[in-house]
Design a protein around this ligand. Structure first.
Ligand SMILES: Cc1cc2nc3c(=O)[nH]c(=O)nc-3n(C[C@H](O)[C@H](O)[C@H](O)COP(=O)(O)OP(=O)(O)OC[C@H]3O[C@@H](n4cnc5c(N)ncnc54)[C@H](O)[C@@H]3O)c2cc1C
Length: 401
């Protein structure tokens, strides 16, 4: 039987339904089709990349506080850097490097964490203040006790990347349906998730992959499942200043004491706060405004971080949402007793650079019964209830894992 969507017919049975056309859903769709998965449909209620991927600063770094997520980020970075070769599309990756610095208060945690990263094979150097200033001459030396530099990191373009995955998935036979909203998951008598009900039709599937970002729980709640993450509001501003190069010359910077980050962007830089963000209960209600005190905080952080950039002005700003898990690491997998359901959520403001690896992991779980590129089990949703969450190198300093 066929259901009509704006004149295009869609079947009522697939092997895999993927909900969400952000970078995660599109990466999963592409990777699953590449590994031989067939009968795949991706349902997106808006347009591809219309969710939080479209708001992303798309910074690509490997600085995490556990070996597995550090590895997940390096795999993601390598795929993004070689996107034309691997996926056949542009990702807009700019290899400008990533510089993170700590003050004396966090020095012990910082040095321990860099050692851990180097032991896992990460390309990162611990450097002193003088070396940091050689890489970025405008940094404020008073803030820097020690720094670390990742020469292979940088940033990419979230729209190009997501469209690249979507187009490649389509070429491999995945059906992409935009403007189709999933109302609820459906279950067989045995508590198995057996499909979805959209605003137009019922679709049966062997499995449903929920890659709906901050909307995940609105969907999984329809079968009584709640994934443990908070939704928070995050603002990003664009600073313009004549002294800032248009792109590429400065690295991405993470200011640990200031709990903020910045990256080059046309005519200036993007600047964001890396705290957990302000909690919001409804993902549709997002605060885009930049109140006077909010702008003041960005300006203060900017002036603390840099010297000789006085007079910088905010030329634009926007807001997006984070899905923050209790340990700030991704949540990947199903829930015992709900066969047929897989979700990816809790990306905690860092999901862009992790999405290439997560897409592979989920696809391998489906095709081979296990993720080969990286173990998926440590990211299972039940780890919190089981007392097996990841630990963070910098507790209390924001969403960064
Ligand atoms: C301001 C900001 C800055 C960020 N900066 C960085 C960064 O520098 N580096 C980094 O690695 N990460 C960053 N992130 C995080 C990263 O962008 C996200 O983790 C990632 O893009 C999430 O992708 P996603 O596919 O899970 O979610 P989304 O992109 O939100 O995609 C989910 C999709 O599901 C769709 N959907 C929802 N409900 C339904 C339904 N019922 N039916 C059908 N479709 C539905 C939505 O329309 C949406 O398109 C940032 C995020 C924000 C907000």
């Amino acid at each position: 039987m066929l259901a009509s969507f704006a004149g295009i017919f869609m079947r009522d049975r697939y092997q895999t339904v993927i909900i969400g056309g952000g970078v995660v859903g599109c990466s999963i769709a592409y990777n699953l089709a590449r590994l031989g998965g067939r009968d795949i449909v991706l349902l997106e209620k808006g347009a591809i990349c219309s969710g939080d991927t479209g708001k992303s600063c798309a910074i690509v770094r490997t600085h995490y506080s556990n070996p597995l997520t550090c590895r997940m980020a390096s795999i993601g970075r390598d795929i993004l850097a070689d996107f034309p070769g691997q996926v056949g599309a542009a990702s807009g990756f700019v290899r400008c490097g990533y510089l993170i610095f700590a003050d004396a208060a966090r020095l012990g945690d910082f040095e321990r964490n860099i050692r851990l990263q180097r032991e896992t094979g990460a390309e990162v150097e611990l450097i002193d203040c003088r070396q940091a200033l050689e890489i970025h001459p405008r940094l404020n030396p008073e803030r820097i006790a020690k720094a670390a530099f990742e020469p292979l990191s940088g940033y990419a373009d979230p729209h190009q990347t997501t469209m690249g995955y979507a187009d490649a998935a389509r070429r491999l036979g995945v059906e992409l349906r935009q403007g189709v909203s999933v109302r609820r998951l459906t279950e067989s008598l045995s508590d198995r998730v057996d499909g979805v009900e959209t605003d137009e039709a019922r679709i049966f599937a062997d499995r449903v992959v929920v890659a709906a970002g901050v909307w995940t729980n609105a969907i999984t709640a329809t079968v009584g499942v709640h994934y443990p993450f908070d939704i928070t509001n995050h603002k990003v501003v664009h600073f313009q200043h004549g002294a800032v190069p248009s792109s590429g010359r400065f690295p991405v910077v993470r200011d640990l004491p200031g709990i903020c980050y910045n990256r080059p962007q046309s005519g200036g830089m993007l600047f964001g706060n890396s705290d957990r963000g302000d909690p919001i209960s409804d993902p549709e209600v997002i605060d885009e405004s930049l109140p006077r005190d909010g702008a003041g905080r960005f300006l203060r952080n900017f002036e603390n971080c840099f010297v000789e950039l006085a007079g910088a002005r905010i030329t634009s700003h926007w807001a997006g949402r984070y899905d923050v898990s209790p340990d700030s690491n991704p949540i990947i997998g199903g829930i015992p007793g709900k066969e047929g359901l897989i979700a990816v959520c809790g990306l905690s403001g860092g999901g862009f650079k992790l999405a290439p690896c997560i897409g592979r992991m989920v696809a391998e779980e489906i095709v081979f019964g296990e993720s080969r590129i990286l173990p998926a089990e440590p990211y299972r949703p039940m780890r919190f209830a089981e007392g097996d969450a990841f630990t963070k190198a910098y507790p209390g300093t924001g969403a960064m894992a």
